[in-house]
Design a protein around this ligand. Structure first.
Ligand code: FAD
Ligand code: EPU
Length: 339
């Protein structure tokens, strides 16, 4: 039975912990409920906004829309061979729990993505990534309600235009699909381990692990992440506020001459810079202004110390962006979805 509510506070439903009200609110726990909702006048009229765990959104005002909280659960094995298994996860499953479920079943592929907050259904939206792995590397297909045709559709990885922190769901097909299930293709043995990124190797060495299992990698990733990133249940945040910018070779050469210690990474088109480093150079790391600020251990993470509004956080983000642009002539793009 669908229970539609009005003027619901979204504070408990976003990891920044900012106050905003939803004009309309409904939780869906099954595909059938979603299809029923899609027939309603409210759904047609009130421009639905799909909310998972709210760990990649910043509410800067009340949401004058129908907020649909995706709570569709369920895990099923769709297909398997001697080498791989395809597993479908309901969009409302908690991403980290899905990762640990895979590890418990000895299914490899998502261990580097441990401890990323949020739901499974949001993972394809920005093609979540960490420690050398992105969702697209393990995604088989997505089941979704297509709001244009009103029908359930299956999208394969190649349909989703995945890129660094982007996909069709965040760009040309924004708000078109409501993802209900994500099918991952995982290895059942001979897992392709990714241990060369960031501090994973050091963390494994520290523990004396020479031949890591997928669980060892997840444990290492969890330890690294916990030491660097604030826990949203303690300090409101949405992870990296900006994307790491990619600049062309010419810009890179200019900056590299001026700042030889600047971290940089090869990218598909040009060179990727570290937004955290650029922000830190502008003096923002550890900065606090009233109830919001820039995390002391990671300049790319903006934090709500308690009681900050979405507008205050956005205002700080804009000034950070301007100062980076002024000093380095590099424009930062928000990763977080701003409403
Ligand atoms: P929400 O914030 O609820 O929604 C995000 C967007 O997806 C919205 O536009 C929403 O409309 C859309 N959406 C959500 N569910 C659906 C659905 N079922 N169908 C269609 N659209 C949908 N991200 C990374 O990539 N890598 C990281 O390492 C990482 N680390 C983080 C660390 C911290 C401490 C925090 C707080 C965040 C981090 N993030 C990271 C960002 C965040 O965890 C991911 O973007 C996550 O996928 C968001 O999931 P969510 O359920 O909270 O989505
Ligand atoms: N750095 C600084 N100062 C800072 C922060 C970073 O100088 O305050 C420099 C350091 O040189 C460091 C480098 O930046 O070596 C990279 O930092 P880090 O390893 O912390 O990673 P990141 O580039 O800041 C990205 C993702 C994270 C992801 C990690 C690990 C983006 C926007 N962010 O952060 O994703 O967990 O790599 O793969 O790509 C997220 O998207 O929300 C997120 C947390």
């Amino acid at each position: 039975m669908l229970e539609i509510k009005q003027h619901i506070s979204l504070k408990p439903f976003n990891t920044f912990g900012v106050e905003a009200k939803a004009k309309w609110w409904v939780e869906v726990t099954s595909e059938e409920q979603l299809l029923e909702l899609a027939q309603s006048e409210l759904f047609q009229k009130e421009s639905p906004f799909i909310l998972g765990a709210g760990s990649n959104v910043l509410f800067t005002q009340d949401v004058e829309r129908l907020v649909v909280h995706n709570a569709i659960k369920g895990i099923r094995v769709v297909e398997s061979s001697s080498d791989w298994v395809r597993v479908g996860f309901g969009a409302g499953e908690v991403w980290h729990d899905a990762v640990m479920h895979c590890i418990d079943h000895h299914w490899g592929g998502v261990e580097n993505l441990a401890l990323i907050p949020g739901t499974v259904g949001a993972a394809p939206v920005q093609n979540i990534g960490a420690y050398g792995v992105e969702l697209k590397d393990v995604l088989h297909s997505i089941r979704a309600l297509d709001r244009v045709s009103g029908r359930m559709v299956t999208l394969h990885s190649s349909d989703c235009a995945f890129g660094y922190r982007t996909s069709i769901f965040k760009a040309e097909a924004k708000d078109r699909y409501i993802i209900t299930e994500v099918v991952l293709q995982l290895t059942t043995h001979s897992h392709g381990l990714h241990t060369d990124y960031g501090a994973i190797r050091d963390e494994l060495n520290k523990k004396g692990v020479l031949s890591p299992t997928i669980r060892d990698i997840a444990t290492a990733v969890i330890a690294i992440r916990s030491s660097k990133l604030p826990d949203p249940s303690v300090l409101g945040n949405a992870g990296s506020f900006f994307k790491n910018p990619t600049v062309d070779r010419e810009v890179f050469e200019r900056l590299n001459t001026a700042y030889p210690n600047m971290p940089s990474y090869p990218a598909q088109k040009g060179v990727k810079l570290s937004a955290g480093w650029l922000i830190e150079q502008c003096g923002w790391k550890g900065y606090r202004e009233g109830n919001c600020g820039c995390y002391e251990k990671q300049a790319l993470v903006l934090v709500n110390f308690g009681g900050a509004s979405g507008r205050q956080i956005l205002d700080l983000a804009q000034r950070i962006r301007e100062s980076v642009l002024h000093r380095f002539q590099v424009d930062l793009e928000a990763e977080v979805n701003i409403l």
